[in-house]
Design a protein around this ligand. Structure first.
Ligand code: ZN
Length: 491
């Protein structure tokens, strides 16, 4: 049943739902109080932006869309370096070597195009994130603007149009105040005011960027949270002014949360010292290494020298290290990995043909950071100590903002504790417009009453070997698993 004439989606990258308070974000807090807030909404694993964006566009976990990390080794594309999905040139290389799309699964954009619905996106993230939200934007006849410029979108005419109307693209500063203001103007005046698409989506790169480099809940970060909150107010005002305001559905979401970093474990160096010559993904070269390693607060380890017994040795070595929180290996078993003590990658929806041989998550906990926020863990590097990170399975990385408002609210405001997540966004948009959801999408239409009343049934799985014990809590909705929290048991 069609509920809305149009849908507006607002995404705040990295926003934690426990930071949506009247003090930090009064406009979003008021929107949430008047809307339907899915308080247990979850990201996917790895809880990284391009993985999550692909899950938003395809309505499914990585097992379906194949973006198994922000960076991942993909030998069918290149054996020279680890693919970085933030880069337009790496995506272009992949598509040329594969003679096909990097994200092959049907997306929201594809389905909207099939129904001759228009879809406009205003994006301030990387070229790769901008790609992933609507990979076939040009073929779909849609419109994607990137504040990063013409090279960061596959519809560069969108950038030309915007620059002609609004002037030069803003300077990149930290926090990203100028970009926030610019994209908000483009979205309210150009997209909502002139283009009037069936579905409009804006992706703010904040507060994620400031969380990483200026710490969660610092004065500077609070200032940019305030700025994106005001941006939301401007968007809501632009919608309210329209004569058809009551028919417009609004979804406010984030792609993942963040936790603060407490220290560094330089895993690539430790692995090299342990006899496994490791190439870091960031080095953009493999140079005869035995393995490749991606970092952050979790990552993949690929065996590139063909010695598969090495995989088992590394897995056992990882589980003996204090810095390690969780270890996953591929397996036919839905819970247990191929190496004793590891979980199966299938348990976390990562068992795509592109999956790595080994996935590690560094140790994290729910203790308070310097600003009193819960969630603290080790990183391999990449941000200053104390800076935010995400990718792992800590509840504060996985819990996302997901709020339905306007015509999507369905009459009854409130909180829902139902299992839900970013994979539900595309099915909800389609459902609101009265369109069927493709079978490849694992999410559901949250605007339907049954979805919001689903009781949460959380179960906790445990495995390990020797002193290493790891746990993962999951909520089930039919056959779909939502990842609640994972980590190592303290011993
Ligand atoms: Zn993100």
């Amino acid at each position: 049943m069609k509920i809305a004439s149009r849908v507006v989606v607002v995404v705040f990258d990295g926003l934690r739902p426990d930071m949506v308070t009247p003090a930090h974000m009064p406009h979003l807090a008021a929107f949430a109080a008047d809307g339907l807030w899915f308080r247990q909404a979850r990201s996917v694993f790895p809880s990284m932006t391009r993985v999550a964006t692909s899950s938003i566009s395809t309505g499914a976990p990585p097992v379906v869309h194949g973006i198994v990390g922000n960076s991942f080794y993909y030998p069918e594309v290149t054996r020279d370096f680890v693919l970085d999905t933030s880069l337009a040139e790496d995506i272009a290389l992949a598509e040329s070597r594969l003679s096909g799309p990097l994200i092959a699964a049907e997306t929201l954009g594809d389905r909207l195009a099939a129904h001759e619905k228009s879809f406009a996106v205003v994006h301030s993230g990387s070229a790769g994130s901008t790609y992933a939200i609507n990979p076939r934007v040009a073929a779909n006849g849609h419109w994607t603007f990137s504040v990063m410029g013409r090279e960061a979108t596959r519809t560069p005419h969108a950038v030309d149009e915007v620059v002609e109307r609004f002037g030069p693209l803003p300077p990149r500063t930290l926090p990203r105040f100028e970009e926030t203001d610019y994209v908000t103007r483009v979205f309210t005046e150009h997209v909502l005011g002139e283009m009037d698409p069936d579905v409009a989506l804006i992706w703010f790169n904040e507060p994620d960027t400031s969380f990483h480099y200026r710490l969660l809940a610092s004065a500077e970060t609070n200032a940019i949270m305030s700025a994106v909150d005001v941006a939301l107010a401007r968007i809501l005002t632009a919608i309210k002014r329209r004569p058809d305001a009551d028919e417009i559905a609004i979804i406010v979401a984030s792609d993942h949360g963040q936790i603060s970093s407490s220290g560094v474990a330089d895993l690539a160096t430790l692995l090299t010292e342990a006899g496994h010559k490791a190439a870091r993904a960031s080095s953009r070269a493999i140079n005869g290494a035995d393995i490749t390693v991606t970092g952050g607060n979790m990552g993949e380890i690929r065996i590139v020298d063909g010695d598969m017994a090495r995989r088992d040795r590394i897995a056992r070595w990882l589980m003996q290290r204090d810095e390690i929180g969780m270890v996953f290996t591929p397996s036919d078993d839905p819970v247990h990995g191929a190496v004793e003590g590891t979980f199966s990658t299938a348990l976390v929806g990562l068992d795509h043909p592109r999956q790595p041989e080994l996935v590690y998550v560094l140790r994290s906990g729910t203790g308070a950071d310097a600003h009193g926020l819960p969630g603290l863990g080790l990183i391999t590097g990449g941000v200053p100590i104390g800076g935010g990170m995400h990718g792992g399975l800590n509840r504060h990385e996985l819990n996302t903002v997901l709020i339905l408002g306007g015509a999507a609210r369905g009459g009854t405001p409130g909180l829902s504790e139902a299992p839900s997540g970013i994979i539900d966004i595309a099915p909800t948009v389609l459902g609101l417009l009265g369109k069927a959801v493709p079978t490849s999408m694992r999410g559901t239409n949250l605007a339907e009453i049954e979805a919001r009343r689903q009781p949460a049934s959380v179960s906790t799985l445990e495995t390990g070997v020797g002193a290493f014990r790891q746990q993962l809590s999951i909520a089930r909705r039919g056959n779909q698993l939502f990842l609640i929290h994972g980590g190592r048991l303290s011993t």
